[in-house]
Design a protein around this ligand. Structure first.
Ligand SMILES: [Ca+2]
Length: 379
């Protein structure tokens, strides 16, 4: 058990490193779905017996019939509390097609697909219900032996609304050759339209000290509880209830508005599908490793009516704040993307980490494709 817990901790830590690079800004043809039954439209009939009977005895809710439908690629129970196929209208009871699946707890699908070290696995599915869910990718050595797992953060769902869940996971186990899928929920969650693809390798992407600089990967949050409930009193997040925010957004610091915008590259967004629009000031959550004498370069694209800058906060090894490195706001052009660059010289013997705070002096600004790198002093 002790080993198991250590393993889990290791996996959670590995998960933190999962967002290693930004999504590429240009994509070619849509990559193939590695998940065989994404819409859950292929169903098979199961008479309650075998593992289904065992699950029923263990208290799993399989519905009221002795013959049930399950997704064709259902594999096995794993602490499943509920497993019921639902039918209905697209956009309502199901997200697409005729079928969706309501479940609680965990279970395995039998899909297997090849992976290798460095692959970036993108998982998307639609969910609604009450609670959190995620899709865990187990890694195997090619001989059927489990050698690790990629465990993303759990994503919130709310009853009245289908919302997309996205995971971006980097295969960091050099022995990994194959992967399979387990779902997990801590409430009754209905899922549909599951897609698993491998991200194309970014061609020309500088290795950035921060992740998700393109603001492509979002998480589901609610303004009904917790931080966002409080923040929503002063900040317009676009709507109330279930909202979607970049995974690397930490908190506002006096901001009348923070919303994700979607659109076309070069127009509403600079690259990819999404950008972040804000007014005021907010913190990104990631901390960049730095040290005394480093020169930090922050580059991003922005457009807006006013000006924008990043204030760099530095911290010591205990996480205590040392300093704020402040640069002048850069004036922007409305309706036109301009590249903004800031340069910061770290002059603190005890500095080990830096955090970024965007500031637009209360003007409305859209930002995208942020990278943070260290200046190469050899040049
Ligand atoms: Ca469906």
């Amino acid at each position: 058990m002790r080993n198991g817990r250590f393993m889990l901790l290791a996996l959670l830590l590995a998960c933190g490193a999962a967002y290693a690079q930004d999504a590429p800004s240009a994509t070619a043809a849509k990559p193939a779905n590695l998940f065989s039954n994404g819409g859950l439209e292929d169903v098979r009939r199961e008479v309650i017996g075998g593992q289904f009977q065992a699950a029923l005895k263990a208290g799993c809710d399989l519905g009221k019939s002795l013959i049930i439908n399950v997704p064709k690629n259902f594999d096995q129970f794993c602490g499943t509390k509920k497993l019921i196929m639902v039918t209905g209208e697209p956009g309502k009871e199901v997200h697409g097609g005729k079928y969706a699946l309501t479940f609680n707890g965990s279970f395995y699908f039998n899909d297997r697909f090849p992976v290798k070290l460095g692959d970036v696995v993108l998982v998307t599915y639609y969910a609604k219900g009450s609670g959190n869910s995620r899709l865990i990718i187990h890694l195997g050595d090619g001989n059927g032996n489990l050698i690790g797992a990629m465990v993303p953060g759990s994503e919130l769902s709310e009853d009245d609304e289908w919302a997309v869940v996205e995971h971006r996971l980097v295969v960091d186990n050099p022995k990994a050759l194959e992967a399979w899928v387990r779902t997990e929920a801590n409430g009754d969650i209905t899922i549909d339209d599951i897609e698993i693809t491998l991200e194309e390798t970014p061609l020309d992407n500088p290795v950035s000290l921060i992740t998700n600089g393109g603001f492509e990967i979002l998480r589901n949050c609610t303004t009904k509880t917790g931080y966002y409930q409080q923040a929503a009193e002063d900040t317009d997040f676009g709507k109330q209830g279930l909202i979607r925010m970049p995974v690397n957004f930490q908190m506002t610091c006096g901001a009348p508005r923070v919303t994700v915008v979607e659109g076309e590259p070069g127009k509403e967004v600079y690259g990819g599908k999404r950008a972040l629009q804000f007014q005021g000031s907010f913190y990104l959550s990631g901390r960049c490793p730095i040290k005394d004498g480093d020169v930090v370069l922050a580059k991003y694209y922005a457009k807006g009516t006013g000006a924008v800058r990043i204030i760099l906060h530095t911290f010591d090894q205990n996480g205590a704040a040392i300093d704020q490195l402040v640069v002048n706001p850069v004036p922007l052009k409305e309706g036109e993307w301009v590249q903004v660059s800031h340069r910061y010289e770290i002059k603190a013997a005890n500095a080990v980490a830096a955090q970024l705070r965007f500031d637009s002096a209360n003007t409305l600004v859209t930002i995208d494709n942020l990278t943070v790198t260290l200046e190469d002093k050899a040049q």
